[in-house]
Design a protein around this ligand. Structure first.
Ligand code: ATP
Ligand code: MG
Ligand code: MG
Length: 366
């Protein structure tokens, strides 16, 4: 499918020498519109990844770009001795006025990165080895950002992982029940209420604020085609202050179950121990030297908390008539709630074994 003149114009607005030879939609991201643009200069082709930023979700694109610029610059400095450094961190290309993003005539915000060649993302995890690589890469990313100088990054989505606030929002939605849907979700509501003490387990634990990625899905890490190594953490829109355990918890939520987030057959939803073990080994392998003892002991709780939080978010959206998450079928958000609850139950059943594993690896990470 050919792309519009506005997209071509955007591609030419960046500080890239040479002729634009092709541009096409790229990747499977759900948030931004991504394009791969190829430029020719003296017979050599160089590719760039351009993105139209979704400013309906990210209301302040300029602040978001400031975060990304600070983070990628800092990580690049940490990697300066690495011969492959420009494949291990995203590199922003400014526009011809030296700005971090380009605003087109429709008022849309664009950014461009160097294209990282010979690497790919995977939408679903294929093996514990991939889980290990992703967790290691996200851990390294957090580690390199421990030394990020002040000031604090902007909160691109305020209260993103403020689970007590998510619980309040759920209770408010339940109280209002504007679409008369609560009756259809009786069991799920009962479960959410029964486990509400979970909402504050991390906020009550007095953990240090850190710089986190906040969208630690497997398809936000580029894996090297040749070695399978977790090469580069991408998709930095949500990089912000948070708890290290929010990132780890979201890895547990998104990587340990083989089922899709909206799977109807709940017997397919389960926390797979080999995936969890690979995540713990990968993550602690790169973070053990800076995480506090408190953070290390709460890795399992983090998985429970983030899964609970996501259940609350889907359930709240279902009760309110689906204002946030797009739906493709009736009760889609209720189905999504059910998978999160099924995963939480599976974690609860295996919690003791998970904790024993964490304690063992935390005592000697290698
Ligand atoms: P999500 O739905 O995860 O929020 P998104 O819409 O924010 O995704 P990204 O994850 O930033 O989009 O990018 C979409 C895809 O483009 C990635 O999965 C990856 O395959 C590819 N990609 C992104 N940046 C680069 C890059 N610098 N080099 C090569 N490929 C890239
Ligand atoms: Mg992504
Ligand atoms: Mg994204």
């Amino acid at each position: 499918m050919s792309v519009s003149a506005v997209v071509h114009e955007a591609a030419r607005s960046f500080d890239i020498e040479g002729d634009l030879v092709s541009i096409e939609r790229y990747g499977s991201g759900h948030i931004n519109d991504s394009y791969c643009a190829a430029f020719d200069r003296g017979g050599a082709t160089t590719r760039f990844l351009m993105q139209r930023i979704n400013h309906r979700i990210f209301k302040q694109p300029l602040l978001l770009m400031e975060n990304i610029h600070r983070v990628t610059t800092h990580v690049a400095e940490q990697l300066s001795d690495d011969p492959d450094s420009d494949r291990r961190v995203l590199t922003l290309i400014p526009d011809r006025d030296g700005l971090l993003c380009h605003v087109d005539r429709e008022g849309e915000f664009w950014r461009a990165y160097k294209f990282i060649e010979r690497a790919h993302t995977y939408d679903t995890i294929q093996s514990p080895a991939q889980a290990f690589q992703a967790a290691k890469a996200f851990g390294q990313f957090q580690r390199m950002l421990v030394t990020l100088p002040a000031p604090r990054l902007h909160e691109t989505i305020p209260d993103f992982h403020n689970t007590p606030k998510r619980l309040e929002a759920f209770l408010r939605a339940l109280g209002a029940d504007p679409c008369n849907r609560a009756a259809e979700a009786r069991d799920e509501i009962a479960y959410a209420l029964e486990y509400q003490a979970l909402a504050s387990i991390l906020t009550d634990a007095d953990l240090p604020e850190r710089t986190i990625h906040a969208d630690t899905k497997i398809n936000n890490v580029l894996l090297d085609d040749a070695s399978g190594e977790g090469l580069c953490v991408i998709d930095l829109d949500t990089v912000m202050p948070g708890l290290s355990l929010h990132d780890f918890g979201d890895m547990v939520r998104t990587a340990t179950s083989p089922a899709a987030e909206d799977e109807l057959n709940l017997s397919k939803v389960r926390m797979q121990m080999p995936m969890f073990e690979a995540l713990v080994r990968g993550y602690l392998g790169s973070t053990a030297d800076f995480l506090s003892a408190g953070e290390k002991t709460l890795l399992v709780d983090a998985g429970k908390l983030i899964t609970y939080e996501q259940a609350l978010r889907f359930l709240t959206d279902f009760i309110l008539g689906d204002p946030y998450y797009k739906i493709a079928r009736e009760k889609h958000n209720l189905d999504r709630t059910r998978t999160q609850i099924a995963l939480l139950k599976s974690i609860n059943e295996q919690e003791d074994a998970m904790q024993r594993f964490v304690d063992r690896i935390a005592a000697s990470p290698s």
